[in-house]
Design a protein around this ligand. Structure first.
Ligand code: ATP
Ligand code: MG
Length: 339
């Protein structure tokens, strides 16, 4: 089976597990905006069922879901062009995930590095949902027969697992039903690192607020966070090869490149030999210029939560129009009686 037998369709999502970060913006949303076109259907989701794999305060979860929706809209996701909704309003995600729980193997799940990172030494005490997470993610994607999934590098392994689940389902039931989805991971913003430790990724659920830039941070906070970001004693190198073995320096250059739609080479060409005292304020100014129109618009949208809810209800309806026939057909293939 080749992917070309499927109409191109993009799916991606973010968990409302905290405020949006610069990592989520550069690794995901910014690229989604550029993928919206008349030729390709785009489906973007707030994956709230994934968020509750770790404890979420109920009132906070609703707020975070609306804030995330505001983030998508303010960044340029157009609800007329894209299907925009929160996952729990489309119950077919959970239904297909159950079927995939019966396709995926325990051995595959045991190899997932995100589970190992998130469970840490507490693997016996975390939720079963956290362990089964990749199977729900496969359902999110395959429920729409999505052919392309733009994600950050940290999600590559889960998209590969989605491919394995699709292939095993097709093989077990002797069908060519689910596409073999491609992860779309390209550009310098695919792995934005923690500002205090360049070997760990920036995460919205990370412990310290100083390690990340939040989309709603004001200009002073952004400037302070970049000023205090870990760097090293050397000035910026003459070439990108000079960033090897300097994770914090590489991260700051990559962020600059991604925000300015340049390559790391171009950034180095402009700043080679510069001290951090020059580069960090320039980076902070660039970040404020790019992010403040988005955060202003997010705040404006958040003033009218009912309007956000209306948009999501409409999006969920459109999502179900695509999802229902695919789930029905899956039930028929599996032999689940629909009378
Ligand atoms: P959490 O800490 O709760 O896991 P997160 O910041 O990792 O939150 P997710 O909801 O897990 O965010 O991921 C949403 C999207 O953002 C995914 O496509 C993921 O690959 C991308 N992403 C997350 N963190 C980064 C990062 N540091 N750099 C680039 N992309 C990222
Ligand atoms: Mg994550």
């Amino acid at each position: 089976m080749t992917d070309s037998t499927f109409t191109p369709r993009v799916f991606s999502g973010i968990k409302p597990s905290g405020g949006l970060t610069l990592g989520n913006y550069l690794g995901a949303i910014k690229r989604w905006v550029g993928m919206q076109s008349d030729d390709m259907e785009t489906v973007f989701c707030m994956v709230d069922l994934h968020a509750i794999t770790v404890w979420q305060d109920p009132a906070e979860l609703k707020n975070a879901t609306r804030e995330l929706a505001a983030g998508y809209l303010a960044s340029g996701i157009d609800p007329e062009k894209s299907v925009l909704f929160n996952q729990s309003q489309v119950p077919e995600h959970a239904q297909l995930a159950w079927i995939f729980n019966c396709v995926a193997r325990v051995g595959w799940m045991n190899r997932m590095t995100q589970f190992k990172d998130k469970a840490g030494k507490n693997a016996e005490k975390v939720s079963l949902g956290l362990y089964a997470y990749p199977s729900l993610m496969a359902a999110d994607i395959l429920l729409y027969h999505a052919t392309h999934v733009p994600v950050g590098e940290d999600q590559k392994q889960h998209v590969e697992l989605t491919r394995d689940i699709a292939a095993k389902f097709n093989n077990d039931y002797k069908v060519d039903f689910f596409p073999i989805t491609e992860p779309v991971i390209e550009g310098p913003g695919m792995r934005v690192m923690n500002l205090r430790d360049g070997t760990k990724k920036m995460s919205k659920s990370g412990v310290s607020d100083m390690e990340r830039i939040n989309m709603l941070d004001d200009a002073d906070t952004i400037a302070k966070k970049f000023k205090k970001a870990k760097s090293d004693a050397e000035p910026l190198p003459e070439t990108v090869e000079g960033l090897v073995g300097r994770p914090e320096a590489k991260n700051l250059v990559d962020i600059y490149a991604s925000l300015s739609d340049a390559t790391p080479q171009q950034v180095i060409a402009e700043y080679s030999g510069a001290q951090w005292g020059k580069f960090k304020p320039a980076l902070a100014d660039l970040a404020v210029t790019k992010l403040s129109p988005i955060s202003d618009e997010m705040k404006r949208l958040m003033d009218d939560p009912a309007e956000i809810d209306r948009k999501l209800a409409r999006g969920a309806q459109r999502a179900r129009e695509i999802a229902t026939p695919i789930l029905d057909r899956t039930y028929d293939i599996v032999g689940l009686l629909r009378s």
